[in-house]
Design a binder for this molecule. Structure first.
Ligand SMILES: Cc1cc2nc3c(=O)[nH]c(=O)nc-3n(C[C@H](O)[C@H](O)[C@H](O)COP(=O)(O)O)c2cc1C
Length: 171
């Protein structure tokens, strides 16, 4: 059973987290392919051999990114991006019954409310991914990062746990 990790990342922090989760899943013995793809390259139809979908992105304005917040990020030095997780969810063909878990990155210092993971899980359920659930938040030190110390390890450990869940079929 393959795993697809779709993510968005403007400063690279969520990408690092997505890669660490994938590493943990492979270490944890996830059978099949664990593929990390950026939303720009993500399929709009999830292949039948994908048994777990993870969706992650940065939290912007208490939720998933929007065109305006992505523009703000670009002015702060991020790689410009036309689309994000929000737009991908709006176009991907729903697969009811597929286990889906979301994750996000947020700034640790301010402890602002709101989470892209929570908003994405809700949007995915609304889209027809009826088993979408909110997973983990991973902390970054400031808008551009870096990832808070220990968070990449925590992402790997979370990946190991998810792999166990997939291989035991308790999804
Ligand atoms: C325009 C903008 C709005 C943001 N809003 C929030 C927010 O509401 N809450 C929060 O915790 N972090 C917020 N952040 C910080 C982002 O969560 C942080 O930049 C992101 O986690 C970095 O991930 P990335 O490197 O993958 O882009 C914001 C950042 C930007 C650029």
């Amino acid at each position: 059973m393959n795993v697809l990790i779709v993510h968005e990342s403007m400063f690279g922090n969520t990408h690092q987290i997505a890669s660490a989760v994938a590493e943990g899943m492979r270490q944890g013995g996830a059978d099949g392919d664990v593929r990390v793809v950026h939303v720009d390259d993500a399929p709009t139809a999830i292949a039948d051999d994908v048994g777990l979908l993870l969706v992650g992105g940065p939290t912007h304005g208490f939720s998933m990114t929007r065109p305006q917040t992505r523009q703000d990020a670009a002015t702060k030095g991020a790689t410009p991006a036309r689309e994000g997780v929000r737009e991908w969810i709006a176009t991907v063909a729903p697969r009811p019954g597929l286990p889906v878990v979301t994750f996000d990155t947020r700034v640790h210092v301010k402890m602002l409310p709101g989470s892209a993971a929570s908003a994405a899980a809700k949007a995915l359920r609304h889209r027809g991914f009826d088993r979408a659930e909110r997973g983990e938040t991973f902390w970054v030190e400031d808008v551009a990062g870096p990832v808070v110390e220990g968070e990449l390890d925590r992402a790997r450990e979370w990946g190991v746990k998810l792999a166990a869940r997939v291989s035991h079929g308790v999804s």
